[in-house]
Design a protein around this ligand. Structure first.
Ligand code: BG6
Ligand code: MG
Length: 220
């Protein structure tokens, strides 16, 4: 019997690689409105973090002061229009390696699958990638505290009426892993970041062999 009943996936950087597109959209916005070329090193601070929070972080690092919340929202919407254009051609070929095998394994074990992304574009991307059939629930990040707050992951767990100990979650970003741990969920780190708070970490989901996943879902 598996102890784990629910697997929650981050989207950007776990299921598909959109980090470049998100940051390119911010870069184009900052050049257009502030004449500032964003340093590539800033990208990491926006990973996993909501649109508005990401914008505030980039403004702070660029020493641009905007107090008017309406203007912040308007510019963040403009970034989103640029971003949507950049991801408009996304299809199944953009699914990260190993994702389908892990999803199939979880389905076969009757484990519920949820999407716990900070992105309001997540439902659109899941449709573009043709992955809708795998997801039992997609968290709506609207009105929830941005990762590293646990809200998004707790929402998924609460939706099914499970305990955090009955879930596992996949994340590529430090803010995301912190959010998982703040929700008291088992954290599986994916990708190139350090992710020192993750319970286990894999460079790619192709490295997560089914025997390892079997042990994780049994709670071993
Ligand atoms: C996260 C990304 O998944 O979603 C962040 O890692 C992004 O970079 C955030 O800011 C919000 O995304 P969106 O699509 O709602 O602007
Ligand atoms: Mg991510």
């Amino acid at each position: 019997m598996s102890k784990i009943k629910l697997a929650i996936f981050d989207l950007d950087g776990v299921i598909t690689s959109t980090t470049e597109e998100h940051f390119k959209a911010w870069t184009l916005l900052f050049i257009k409105h502030f004449g500032i070329r964003l340093d590539q090193d800033l990208e990491v601070y926006t990973k996993g973090v909501s649109r508005i929070e990401s914008f505030k972080i980039l403004l702070k690092h660029s020493k641009v002061d905007i107090d008017d919340m309406k203007l912040i929202e308007c510019l963040a919407n403009e970034k989103n229009e640029i971003y949507k254009e950049l991801i408009s051609e996304f299809n199944e070929s953009k699914i990260c390696p190993g994702v389908i095998d892990v999803l199939n394994f979880l389905k076969q074990k009757n484990i519920k699958i949820a999407l716990g992304s900070a992105s309001k574009n997540a439902p659109y991307l899941i449709r573009s990638l043709k992955l809708e059939q795998y997801f039992d629930y997609i968290v709506d990040p609207t009105g929830k505290n941005s990762k590293p707050a646990p809200d998004i992951f707790l929402d998924a767990v609460n939706h099914f009426g499970y305990d955090p100990e009955e879930a596992i979650a996949f994340e590529d970003a430090e803010a995301g892993v912190k959010a998982i741990k703040n929700a008291h969920i088992f954290a599986i780190g994916v990708g190139d970041e350090d992710l020192k708070d993750a319970d286990v970490k894999f460079k790619s989901l192709t490295d997560l062999k089914s025997s390892i996943l079997e042990n994780i879902i049994r709670g071993n």
